[in-house]
Ligand binder design. Structure first.
Ligand code: ZN
Length: 410
């Protein structure tokens, strides 16, 4: 394909991705405010329902604005060959090609982060604040940014350097060697996430002995699920929104409950939430999603190997010669429709898994407290109880609340 044709293809892919996303969001926000279903009558009043609609509408408008901004920027970058211009500019003062790649990505990373900073700030300190979710201080906000930068430089930079070195040494064969390294890295992060990465951002304290802990332990024993580590995380440091998750495999696995979750729910409900999470383990969802992610990375790397040496791809982005960094950017854009399809497939699978984990919690503990917990979570986070089916199909990793309630309350 000629550079001209490739350039038009890149522009087309960016337009397509933007339109699909915004049309779906529009359909979703235009859904009428529903009447309150019987099952939610104890949890939701008309006032709160209108508040949740206002929150969703505000987020929609914000998403439209920030999406439009990055869309226009992407079009300009491609249209005027600015990626190529940045690459040539970096090349004018860096001789070594590997260092040139690193500096190029550094410039792109810092540039895009600075441009998105006002949007992040507005989302946290204006929208989330207005609806009472924000608990982040300005200090925490910027400390998070700096820690995120350092992690990106160390982990992202390290992986990128290895990637570039492998391309240089192995040619097209780089993909499967890098795949093995990436797979090992993914398993490692999963193992040590709560030990190494999470503590950089949050404080984890073991759940103290007491009624809640013994109820959790009794349940774990009843389904013969070895559980040694239950932690409480200070989620309230950033947001009033609550969550719970498992991390790691085998003996290293930990369950983490947000302090906000413990505040908002009864002990019955908390055990039910835990039972749902245990369901994900027992039904092998955790290991399966790990395997699918590894396969996905393999597929991406294999496809990347077919494109990474194409000179025309670099020229399409305004480069003057073959450049691995320009091709990486071009590939990411070209791949985006495929990654959208993969994402939809993953969401379909994830929604099925959520139903299975719900069913597990219902069978081994009880459906009603889990249903109650989900209602409280949904109402407290001002979630949409009447989402557009097409939007759900593409974007939801969890089934809509009412669908889950139907199964839990049957
Ligand atoms: Zn789940």
């Amino acid at each position: 394909m000629s550079p001209e044709l490739l350039k038009n293809l890149l522009l087309g892919v960016v337009v397509f991705g933007f339109l699909v996303d915004k049309i779906l969001s529009y359909r979703n926000v235009k859904r009428p405010v529903p009447t309150i279903p019987d099952t939610l009558s104890d949890h939701l009043n008309p006032e709160e329902l209108l508040k949740s609609k206002a929150y969703q509408t505000e987020n929609y408008r914000f998403g439209l604005l920030s999406g439009l901004f990055s869309f226009v920027l992407s079009i300009l970058l491609i249209w005027f060959g600015w990626f190529g211009a940045i690459d040539s500019w970096v090349g004018s003062f860096v001789d070594n090609s590997m260092i040139q790649s690193l500096v190029f990505f550094g410039v792109i990373f810092v540039g895009s982060d600075l441009l998105s900073l006002p949007f992040d700030y507005y989302s946290t300190f204006v929208i989330e604040e207005k609806y009472g979710f924000n608990k982040t201080s300005i200090g925490t906000f910027f400390a998070d940014k700096i820690k995120g930068y350092l992690l990106s430089i160390i982990i992202g930079g390290g992986l990128l350097l290895l990637f570039l070195w492998l391309i240089d040494q192995m040619g097209k064969d780089f993909w499967w060697i890098f795949w093995i390294v990436a797979a090992g890295f993914m398993v490692l992060v999963n193992f040590f996430y709560t030990a190494w990465i999470l503590p950089l951002f949050n404080k984890l304290t073991p759940l103290e002995d007491g009624e809640l802990k013994s109820k959790i332990m009794d349940y774990a024993k009843s389904v013969s699920f070895p559980l040694e580590n239950v932690f409480v995380m200070d989620g309230s440091k950033r947001s009033a929104k609550a969550n719970a998750f498992f991390s790691g495999f085998g003996k290293k696995k930990k369950v983490v409950l947000y302090d906000t979750l413990i505040e908002q729910h009864t002990q019955e409900e908390l055990v039910a939430v835990l039972a749902h999470e245990v369901g994900h383990f027992k039904k092998k969802h955790i290991i399966l999603s790990m395997v699918t992610s590894v396969l996905q990375v393999g597929l991406i790397l294999f496809l990347l190997a077919q494109f990474i040496f194409s000179e025309n791809l670099s020229l399409a982005l305004g480069g003057t010669e073959w450049s691995v960094q320009l091709n990486l950017i071009a590939f990411t854009m070209l791949f985006s429709p495929i990654s959208m399809i993969i994402g939809i497939g993953m969401n379909v699978l994830s929604r099925k898994n959520e139903f299975e984990a719900d069913a597990f919690a219902k069978d081994t503990f009880a459906g009603k407290p889990l249903a109650e917990a989900l209602k409280t979570l949904s109402v407290k986070t001002l979630s949409n109880i009447n989402p557009d089916p097409a939007y759900v199909f593409v974007n939801y990793s969890h089934p809509p609340l009412l669908e889950r309630l139907v199964k839990l309350e049957k």
